[in-house]
Structures are given as structure tokens and as C-alpha cells.
Ligand binder design. Structure first.
Ligand code: SFD
Ligand code: AMP
Length: 669
């Protein structure tokens, strides 16, 4: 029977494995499950799988708009240990080398699959000419897997014609899993622990964003891959630009919040990513810096990365590394802004001029088209800004600006969930030669790759903390690694029957509470949005963003905070959490917004508690603890981890030992 707005239908389903999310990691898992499910079947075990995505998989997640580069491709020039080294360098020395190394040895296979599925990848031909994805086949180029050479924009990045990237990857995932096993437009609100074992996951509950239906899933294992967290800080775009952000606004911290509430250990939640972007449109800079070799300057044309270089001496462990970390690049830029030498510009004019010196007019036109396509493939809004402001990159330089902070574990950030590492790293001599020892440090491995500290709960992509720089390809590969481990887990736990620790009626009532708040009180006033008995999700979101912006090192304070500001932040977040109980939902769309906000609040709280805990400024240029404005290698070269108790609503923060498994001396010239 179909439900009504006040009284939803409840549908209960049992599967063996649930995939929550339909982004890069989920698509990787969906694809990889195929052969392992077949292998299980051959042993007489039928494993059922379902994927639920809050949106439509063809365009869901961070790759929705498309991308113009794949940022992680190891290729023949490097090896996985080089990759682990780079990840550590960019994240100021505190990453899990085992996770990065493992990813590095698997990621290229995902890229080869993308190409097989139809993703156009630029190629460098034998004569050194480079051709885009549409034309290499007719010019004698080869597939990457057959030895074709990509066009490297940077050491790790390769160029693609990727407007339809997500569509292509999702199509393969759907085909592998079967559309009948995929449910779109279902927002998962919470995970349910097992009645007999609080450290085990037994199910998840969500609601349809199209119909009045609540879905209850029982399962043995679950892959929680709902992306990172956006819009927990006040964005720079306001008014006419509201809604524009760099990372996907629809990823609202569901991964971190649901994992935390289920009792999973989080790691490095103090870390955030503040990308330097083309101002107002949030256009990517990687292709400009790396492919077009552009330089960023202050208002006086000074290249601050050169003139301010000595500032990096203050930042161990890798301040003096050949490639400064993303946060350190920001740090130098921010000093120019703070001291009044802004605006900061990307010198597109000089870069294109220099490249054009050796080109024919036709080649120059193609180069200019590539510059536009970089935006059109992945951030069309920036192309709109250029068109609207009469910017021709070969004639006019464009402003750069650090954005509001985002929480993520797959791009140039490393917050997320603490997971079990690979079990075979280090054993073969070949790997030992690359610097990986035979055994992982204690607490890094407990059986199933990518499993969190809660039994049966796995994650990948933005969900996995203490690694980073996986990007689209690495998130896909990590989903595949998790899929294989989940099948093993299910095979090992065939006798397990999930039982919920909470009653389904209570959970359903909880999920629809914002609807109840609305229906009960809507007639109290004549203006639907003004009511002393409820708060609209939009207003609550403004409050959250203001708190985070002003007290937790957002753009308002130029990314600065201190212990006192954090105390105020904690107090105000506590009040906000109380008021969140009063959010209203006047329709299903608002119900979605309400629960997104709730996930953002838990994520914001984790971020704040971790910044409070880490008594140093490990990521200058991402945030500054002004009362501890230094990097303290002696006391803080450690993982900052935490566990949340959903009953008492308290966080416990603690350190975990950091160990370098790969020799890092190669990072210095
Ligand atoms: O230019 C729920 N990324 C880039 N990667 C690259 O390889 N090259 C680039 O060029 C990259 N750049 C870039 C990138 C992202 C963005 C937004 C821009 C530019 C503008 C990064 C990658 O895209 C990123 O690393 C991966 O996509 C991460 O994968 P994953 O699977 O961890 O997250 P996802 O793809 O966003 O998917 C999340 C899914 O979860 C769903 N979801 N479903 C149910 N219930 C809930 N509660 C849910 N909450 C979320 C989403 O709908 C989605 O399906 S550049 O900057 O460097
Ligand atoms: P972005 O467009 O900034 O997301 O960058 C895409 C890729 O290029 C990421 O792997 C970044 O780490 C890398 N990158 C961006 N800018 C620089 C730079 N100035 N130096 C080195 N790597 C960079």
C-alpha cells in the first residue's frame, strides 16, 4: 500500500551486501563484485547485492559534471612506492603508506577499464605529437593497456575528454550489477547496529525522495561510500551564486556521520581541503599549473612561490621537498593576500604566449580550445564566468582564490574512516625492495581490507581516511578492493542473521520527524516559513555555516582559529544539534535537506573536535591554530583518531602511532 506524506509505507528487504552510494567507489565495487559472486556461486553460495544511491547514478557524485583529467595513473614511469611517497608529502607526512601503496598497485587497471568502456584518453604518439581522445585511433595511437602513452599533465595526471566520464563508468557498473539490483533516489539516513553485537552492522534505513516510502535493509556487509562533505562551511558564493561550490554540494557528510554513529573509528578528521581555484566559478587549476606551465602571481606580478620560498623552511617534514604540499602552496598565497598584495592571478597570458612561440596558428587555436575545454569538461560554470566577464585567457589573466573548506578523503585531503590495510603487503621480496617491510604496524590490519573497526562495515574513496590523492580512478579501484573483501567476509559469516538493535517503528518515526514537525505546526502562523515551532532546513544550514565559518577557521577569519574560538564553536554546535530536532520538512525535498544537514552537523562536530585535539597547525594554508601555530614533529607526527558514542553524544579523541613504511628521502632533490 502506498504511503502518505504523514504516514510512509515501510518496505523491508534482506540482502547479503548493500552498497550505499553510486559514485566512483560504488561503481568500482559494483563492477568488481561480478567475478567474486560467480566464484561464491561455484562454491554453492548465492550472494545477493543491492546498490542504493540518493541520486541517479549516471550523474551522481563528484564526477557528475565530468572531469578533464584522471589524477592518479601510475604508468610505467613510477611505481606504487613513489605514489605512497607523493601522498605522504602532500599530506604533511601523516598518511598510511600501506593503503597508498596498495592503491598504487591496483589503480591503473581501473583506468584501462575506463578506456575499454569508451572513455576518450589523450595520447602522445611515437613522433611526440599529442592528440586528443577522439583522434588517436586514426593516427596510429594505442590503448593504454597495449602500451599507448597518455598525455601527462603532471607526474601523476593524464588528460581525458571526460564530460561523460561518470556516465561511462556508471553504465559498466549497472551492466555488471543488473539494474534490478539498483535503487536510485533513496537517501540513507542511518546504519543500524546488531542487537547481539554492538560492534557489528546489521542494516541501514533510508527514504525515497520521490515517494512516501521508507526502506529498511538488513544485510551481512555494507559498503558505505556516500562521498565527502560539502557546505558545512559558509561558501564564498552567496546571493546569486549560492549553490555553487567546488566539491559536490550533494555529498553532505553522510559517510562520516553514519559511520561515526555506528561506532566506527574516524581518523584525521582535522584535515580538510581548501583548493586554490579560479575565483567565483571554482574552475580547476591543475591543468593550468601542470599542462600549460602557468605561474601564479601577486598583484605586482611577483611569483610568490619563488619569492616566498624560504617560508617553507618552517614546515617539516617536507617543507623543502621538490614539490611543496598543496597546503603549503596555499600558505604562500595566503600571506600575499593577508599582507595586501592581492589579488592573486593565474598568469594565463604568459603561459599561453610561451607555448604559442613554437606553434603554428592552427596549433595555437587548438591550445586555446583545450584551455576552454578544461572547464567545459568539468566545471562549466567557470566557462560561464569567463564568457560573462569577457575573459580570453590569452589576453586577460584570471584571479585565483582559496575556497571554503571541504572534508574529503580521496582528493588532496585525508579525513575519513580508519580501515584495515592489505594483508599481503611486504611479503614478496620485490615489494620489500621498494621499502615496504614485512608486517604492518599494530592496529593497521584486522582481517578484511577496507573494513572499518565495525564488523561488516566497509568503505572506500572519500570514506577512507589517512590516505588521499586517490581521485576518481583511485576511488574506483578502492571500491573494487573493498568488494573483494566484502565477499570474503560474507563467505566467512554465512551463519550470521542480522537482528536490529532498534525497533523499526521508532526508526521510521525518527526519520519522518521533520514531516511531523511541519504537519503538526504549519497552521500556527500564516507565513509558512516563519514559525516558533520549527526551523526550515535552509535556515539551519545557514546557522551551521556561520558557526563553522566564524569559529572553526573558515574564510571569515582567513582560516584561523584558536582553542577559545573552538570552545565557542563547540557550544554553538551543541545548541544547533538540539535545534536540529526541530527541523521541518514541508515536502520530500525538504526531508532530504533536513537529513543532509544532520549529517553535516555530525561531520562538523568531528572536524571541530579533531582540530581541538591536535595541538599544532599541521596544515598551514588549510587551517591555522593560532595558539599553536607550528608543526610539532615530536608530539604530533601521529594519527588523530576518534570514536563517537551516539548514546551519550560524546567524542573520544586519541592518538595512534604513525610509521613510515616507505623511505621518504627521495622526496628531496
Ligand atoms: O580537477 C548517497 N575529482 C577529480 N578526480 C580526478 O581523477 N581528476 C580530476 O580532475 C578531479 N578533480 C575534481 C574532482 C571532483 C570534483 C567535484 C571536481 C573536480 C569539480 C575527485 C573525484 O571526483 C573523487 O575523488 C571521486 O569521485 C570520489 O569518489 P567517491 O565514490 O568516494 O564519491 P562520489 O563519486 O562523490 O560518490 C558519492 C555517492 O554517494 C551518493 N550519496 N547515497 C545514498 N544515501 C546517502 N545519504 C548519500 N549521500 C551521498 C551520491 O549520490 C554519489 O552517488 S580536480 O579538482 O582535480
Ligand atoms: P587541481 O586542479 O588543483 O585539483 O589539481 C589537479 C592535480 O594537479 C592534483 O593532483 C594536484 O595535486 C595537482 N596540482 C595542482 N596544482 C599543482 C601545482 N602547482 N604543483 C603540483 N601539483 C599540482
Amino acid at each position: 500500500m502506498a504511503g502518505t506524506f504523514g504516514n510512509p509505507e515501510v518496505v523491508e528487504e534482506s540482502v547479503d551486501i548493500l552498497l550505499i552510494g553510486g559514485g566512483m567507489a560504488a561503481c568500482g565495487a559494483a563492477y568488481e563484485l561480478g567475478p567474486w559472486l560467480e566464484a561464491a556461486k561455484a562454491k554453492g553460495v548465492d550472494i545477493s547485492v543491492k546498490l542504493v544511491d540518493k541520486a541517479a547514478m549516471d550523474r551522481s557524485g563528484a564526477v557528475a559534471q565530468g572531469l578533464s583529467a584522471i589524477n592518479t595513473y601510475i604508468g610505467e614511469e613510477q611505481d606504487p612506492a613513489d605514489y605512497a611517497r607523493m601522498v605522504s608529502n602532500d599530506l604533511m607526512g601523516i598518511t598510511r603508506d600501506d593503503l597508498a601503496y596498495d592503491l598504487g598497485r591496483h589503480v591503473d587497471d581501473s583506468v584501462h577499464l575506463f578506456e575499454e568502456w569508451g572513455l576518450p584518453i589523450w595520447k602522445t604518439l611515437d613522433d611526440g605529437n599529442r592528440v586528443d581522445g577522439a583522434s588517436w585511433a586514426s593516427k596510429g595511437g594505442k590503448l593504454l593497456k597495449d602500451g599507448g602513452k597518455p598525455v601527462r599533465s603532471g607526474k601523476w595526471q593524464i588528460m581525458i575528454n571526460g564530460e561523460s566520464y561518470k556516465w561511462i563508468v556508471a553504465e559498466a557498473a549497472k551492466k555488471a550489477l543488473g539494474v534490478e539490483n539498483i535503487q536510485e533516489r533513496v537517501f540513507i539516513v542511518k546504519l543500524i547496529n546488531d542487537k547481539n553485537d554492538s560492534n557489528r552492522i546489521a542494516g541501514a534505513v533510508g527514504f525515497s525522495t520521490r515517494e512516501n516510502t521508507v526502506y529498511v535493509y538488513k544485510f551481512k556487509a555494507c559498503l558505505l561510500v556516500a562521498g565527502g562533505c560539502v557546505n558545512l562551511f559558509r561558501p564564498r558564493s552567496v546571493g546569486e551564486g549560492t549553490g555553487r561550490a567546488w566539491y559536490p554540494v550533494w555529498n553532505a557528510g553522510s559517510t562520516y556521520a553514519m559511520a561515526a554513529e555506528a561506532g566506527a573509528e574516524l581518523t584525521m578528521m582535522e584535515n580538510r581541503f581548501v583548493p586554490a581555484r579560479f575565483k567565483d566559478g571554482y574552475g580547476p587549476v591543475g591543468a593550468w599549473f601542470l599542462l600549460f606551465k602557468a605561474k601564479a602571481t601577486n598583484a605586482f606580478g611577483e611569483i610568490y612561490m619563488e619569492t616566498n620560498k624560504e617560508l617553507l623552511d618552517d614546515y617539516p617534514p617536507y617543507g623543502q621537498a621538490a614539490v611543496p604540499a598543496s597546503c603549503l602552496r596555499n600558505h604562500l598565497m595566503m600571506r600575499e593576500m593577508r599582507e595586501g598584495r592581492g589579488p592573486i592571478y593565474m598568469d594565463t597570458v604568459a603561459a599561453l604566449g610561451k607555448l604559442a612561440e613554437t606553434m603554428t596558428p592552427k596549433e595555437i587555436k587548438h591550445l586555446e580550445a583545450e584551455a576552454w575545454e578544461d572547464f567545459l569538461d568539468m566545471c562549466i560554470g567557470q566557462a560561464g564566468v569567463w564568457a560573462g566577464e569577457n575573459i580570453e585567457p590569452e589576453v586577460t589573466n584570471s584571479e585565483l582564490m582559496p575556497t571554503e573548506p571541504y572534508l574529503l578523503g580521496s582528493h588532496s585531503g585525508c579525513c575519513g574512516i580508519w580501515v584495515s590495510g592489505p594483508d599481503d603487503v611486504g611479503a614478496p621480496t620485490e615489494e620489500a625492495q621498494s621499502g615496504i617491510p614485512e608486517h604492518l604496524p599494530s592496529g593497521w590490519h584486522w582481517g578484511y581490507r577496507a573494513m572499518t573497526t565495525v564488523n561488516g562495515l566497509f568503505t572506500a574513496g572519500d570514506g577512507v581516511g589517512a590516505s588521499g590523492h586517490k581521485f576518481s580512478s583511485g576511488s574506483h579501484a578502492e571500491g573494487r578492493l573493498a568488494a573483494k573483501a566484502m565477499v570474503k567476509y560474507v563467505m566467512d559469516n554465512q551463519d550470521y542473521t542480522p537482528e536490529f538493535a532498534e525497533s523499526i517503528d521508532d526508526i521510521v518515526a525518527d526519520i519522518y520527524k521533520p514531516v511531523k514537525n511541519y504537519l503538526e505546526h504549519k497552521d500556527y502562523t500564516t507565513a509558512i516559513d516563519v514559525n516558533p515551532n520549527y526551523i526550515t532546513p535552509k535556515m539551519l544550514q545557514f546557522r551551521l555555516q556561520k558557526i563553522m565559518d566564524e569559529y572553526c577557521a573558515g574564510v571569515a577569519t582567513m582560516y584561523q582559529t584558536n582553542v577559545h574560538m573552538l570552545d565557542v564553536c563547540e557550544h554553538k554546535l551543541g545548541m544547533l544539534k538540539e535545534d536540529a530536532e526541530k527541523m521541518r520538512a514541508k515536502d520530500l525535498h525538504e526531508l532530504l535537506r533536513a537529513w543532509e544537514n544532520y549529517h553535516r552537523i555530525i561531520t562538523a562536530e568531528a572536524h571541530m573536535k579533531h582540530i581541538q585535539f591536535r595541538e599544532e597547525s599541521r596544515y598551514p594554508g588549510f587551517y591555522y591554530r593560532m595558539d599553536k601555530n607550528f608543526v610539532d614533529e615530536e608530539n604530533w607526527k601521529v594519527f588523530g583518531n576518534s570514536i563517537y558514542n551516539k548514546e551519550t553524544k560524546e567524542w573520544t579523541n586519541f592518538k595512534r602511532q604513525h610509521v613510515d613504511l616507505v623511505d621518504k628521502s627521495k622526496l628531496f632533490k
